[in-house]
Write a protein that binds this ligand. Sequence first.
Ligand code: PMP
Length: 421
Amino acid sequence: MLDFDRQHLWHPYASMVDPLRCWPVASAAGCRLRLADGRELVDGMSSWWCAIHGYNHPALNAALEEQIPRMAHVMFGGLTHEPAVALGQRLLDIVPAGLDRVFFADSGSVSVEVAIKMALQYWFAQGRPQKARLLTIRGGYHGDTFGAMAACDPVNGMHERFRPVLAQHLFAPRPRSRFGEPLQPGDLEAFEALIAAHAQELAAVILEPIVQGAGGMWFYSAEYLAGVAALCRQYGVLLIADEIATGFGRSGRLFACEHAGITPDILCLGKALTGGYLTLAATLATERVARGISADGGLLMHGPTFMANPLACAVAARSIELLLESPWQARVAAIEAQLRAGLGPLAAHPAVAEVRVLGAIGVVETREPVPMAALQAHFVAQGAWIRPFGRLVYLMPPYTISPEELGLLIHAVASGLDTLA
Ligand code: PMP
């Protein structure tokens, strides 16, 4: 199996000539992955922010089992179904007030493409086609498709390789104001200088609210986010909040926008939307944006084959129910406290530049890029599934993780840092 995989299957961001090692996983249950050789690993990744309830959850399994005999899939063009409607209703009940229209996309990146289209089509329909650029903040990540990629951080993103075909957007400095701290002088001024100078050509500001994920795991001040939202209103620019990673409780609030009490014009959700079961994302818009897009009789020009897939919608609706019925705030707060207590002291480690914790996210930023293959092998030997990248070793476990399991992960991080000397 491994030979075929190595010779024929591409993995994320991987070489086909000299791929890094992969571990075959046979099954997963609760917060553990069972490898083909029988070893169990405690999951510190939630499969890239998705599996918030852990794996093989009876309620989520049941949602799929109930839906399969009804229909696994039907096209969404000209048809609709109860799973999509029920999920739409559920989402509108919980997202920041004012968001009213839902587009079901098939992955996070696609939901970002749809969000960008919504913003561009909105201004086009208002007779302002010159408003077609985006403004974002450095250190962001929005996905790997071309539209999304163009809004990723221009240095640590993939701009170098694809520059000739990427849309040229504007980048404000990454806010220095940290989460939980007041706004630092200069942060919002730098942003305002750009939005003021370019408002006539800007369709939207796109950002990850509060938590910048794959672009650097940086948590910034809610006052900055509130300030950006106010500037967007002041200068007539739409605000797209990418909550694909933060949505559904990860930052300690159901949605990270809540930290600043804002409602964006357009909101992207994905990842934990289905509890990690199937690929599904959503782009939500306010009534004003939706009506604006269609003001000239225009149609929103997107329609993926697997749009609103019934299986994905059914499991997503059940996942949201499960989350809301659970003591998720207390669980996330307990994870946060344990991450602070366990990872915090590692700030003094010679290999460590900084430790940051927010909600169920714990980040150890190292001084030098980590040797990913060696460190990952160390973690596996410790019974932990943790996938570091660049100078970031981080934990974002399922909310259902036990203190003992989280303790094992924290210990694995600490011992992993000792191997970096
Ligand atoms: N936006 C953010 C904030 C993300 O973290 C990600 C995925 N890491 C994406 C967009 C892209 O989502 P997907 O991988 O499902 O296309």
